[in-house]
Design a protein. Structure first.
Length: 68
């Protein structure tokens, strides 16, 4: 759980700031319907918890490569 706001609130605030709106976000959650929520939040990708470090690094590398 995020201490100040949930992921929905964070993403809404992030997308409202022009300088950060295009910043890719990877959604990581143990919650149900991860792929659906990821699409609704317009996340670059998603990964389910618990996650292995190698899997996390692979996802990050894949998405960082897309932005360069």
């Amino acid at each position: 759980m995020m201490p100040v706001m949930n992921g929905w609130d964070f993403r809404a605030k992030q997308r409202a700031i022009p300088a950060f709106a295009a910043t890719p976000v990877l959604l990581m959650s143990a919650g149900a319907h991860l792929a659906t929520v990821s699409g609704e939040l317009k996340a670059a990708g998603c990964i389910a918890k618990p996650v292995e470090m190698g899997d996390l690094l692979d996802v990050v590398k894949r998405h960082v490569g897309e932005t360069q």
